[in-house]
Design a protein around this ligand. Structure first.
Ligand code: 13P
Ligand code: SF4
Length: 319
C-alpha cells in the first residue's frame, strides 16, 4: 500500500533497525540496491552502489548475480535499469517518484520536431525522459556525456531535449553544431531555483569560494561557475579542489554527502530550496517495504523496451 512520505525524521535507532531489516531482506531476495546522490543519506548508506544517472545505468547493465534491482531514485532511472537489465525484476519503492522534466518531451513533440526540421536530423534525448520517448529517439545522453555524444554523432544539427540548459551547455562546447531544443523551454524545476543573486550573497561572505553547478542550471549560473558537471563530476571536483569553501548549485542530497565525506571543506547549497521532492519520496521505510512485498515492479511493453534499449546502447557505443 502506498503511504504518505514521512513527515518526521526517524531516530538513529529506528534508522539502524530498518537498515538491518533491509540487509536481511536483500540477502533473502538476492537483491541489490542502487541509489542516486539526491537520496537522503540514510538511503544512500544502505545502497550497494550510489552514483549519477550514467554510473547507475552502467551498473544496472552489468548486474549478473542479483535477481532483483531496487532503484532508489526517480522513475526514469528505474525504467533505464529495467531496459538495460530486462531479465531482472526492477522495483521502485514509490512509483510516484517521477521526474517532471521527463514528461516535457513526449513522443509527439519528437515527431513534430522531426516534421518541422527534417527527418534526417538525429534526435538526442536526455535520460531524463520516459521509455516511450527514448524509443523514438536515435540516442540518449546524460549530464556527464552529452557533449561527447553530440560531438561523436558528427551531425551539423541535432534535435535535443528536454533540458534546454543542458542543450545550451552542449552548444557552448560545440559551436559548429546547431543544437535545436525540443521543446523550446524544457527544464528542471529544482535547478531553475538557483539565482545569480543568491550565489552573490554567498560570495559576499566567502569571496574565495569556488562555484560548481549542474548543467541543468540556467546558463548565467553555468557561466559564473568554476566547474559545470554531472553529480559525479561535481563530487570529484569537490574532492580534488584546493578551495576550502565550495558553493554548490545542485540538489541538496549531493551537498549533504559532500559535507559528510569531506568534513575539512565547507560545501554550501547555493539555494536552500533546491530539494527534489520526487527523489525524497523514497525513504528507508518504503525501501524496506519494496523488498518485503516486491513492489512496485517496473513493467515496460516489450516493443518500447527494445527500441529504447537501442537508443541507450548507442550512447554507450558513441562514448
Ligand atoms: P546526474 O546524471 O548528474 O546524476 O543528474 C540526474 C538528475 O536528475 C539531475 O537533476
Ligand atoms: Fe528531475 Fe530535477 Fe529532480 Fe533531477 S532534480 S530528478 S531533473 S526534477
Amino acid at each position: 500500500m502506498l503511504t504518505k512520505s514521512k513527515k518526521f525524521k526517524l531516530s538513529q535507532k529506528e534508522i539502524e533497525r530498518i537498515s538491518n531489516e533491509i540487509l536481511n531482506l536483500k540477502k533473502e531476495k538476492n537483491a541489490i540496491i542502487l541509489a542516486h546522490y539526491y537520496q537522503e543519506l540514510e538511503v544512500q548508506d544502505i545502497a550497494d552502489k550510489i552514483g549519477d544517472s550514467l554510473g547507475l545505468s552502467q551498473v544496472a547493465k552489468d548486474v549478473q548475480d542479483a535477481d532483483t534491482i531496487v532503484f532508489a531514485g526517480v522513475h526514469f532511472m528505474a525504467e533505464t535499469a529495467k531496459i538495460l537489465s530486462p531479465s531482472k525484476k526492477v522495483l521502485i519503492p514509490d512509483p510516484r517518484a517521477g521526474c517532471p522534466m521527463a514528461n516535457q518531451c513526449t513522443p509527439d513533440i519528437v515527431k513534430a520536431a522531426r516534421e518541422q526540421h527534417g527527418e534526417d536530423i538525429p534526435v538526442v534525448v536526455y535520460v531524463n525522459t520516459t521509455a516511450e520517448t527514448k524509443a523514438v529517439a536515435y540516442v540518449t545522453c546524460t549530464s556527464s556525456n552529452a557533449p561527447i555524444v553530440v560531438k561523436n554523432l558528427g551531425s551539423k544539427k541535432v534535435l535535443f531535449g528536454p533540458d534546454r540548459n543542458l542543450g545550451l551547455f552542449v552548444q557552448k562546447q560545440l559551436p559548429d553544431v546547431e543544437v535545436i531544443p525540443i521543446p523550446e523551454d524544457g527544464h528542471c524545476i529544482v535547478h531553475k531555483r538557483f539565482s545569480v543573486e543568491a550565489i552573490n550573497e554567498h560570495l559576499k561572505r566567502y569571496p574565495d569560494a569556488h562555484i560548481i553547478a549542474h548543467p541543468e542550471c540556467n546558463i548565467e549560473i553555468q557561466e559564473m561557475a568554476d566547474f559545470v558537471g554531472s553529480t559525479s563530476g561535481l563530487r570529484k571536483y569537490g574532492r580534488e579542489t584546493d578551495a576550502k569553501v565550495i558553493i554548490v548549485a545542485t540538489e541538496k542530497g549531493l551537498v549533504d554527502r559532500l559535507n559528510r565525506d569531506i568534513p575539512e571543506k565547507n560545501f554550501i547549497l547555493a539555494k536552500d530550496t533546491a530539494i527534489c521532492r520526487n527523489m525524497k519520496k523514497i525513504t528507508i521505510e518504503n525501501l524496506r517495504d519494496s523488498l518485503l512485498y516486491e513492489q512496485y515492479e517496473i513493467i515496460i511493453p516489450k516493443e518500447i523496451q527494445d527500441k529504447a534499449k537501442k537508443a541507450i546502447l548507442r550512447m554507450f557505443e558513441l562514448t
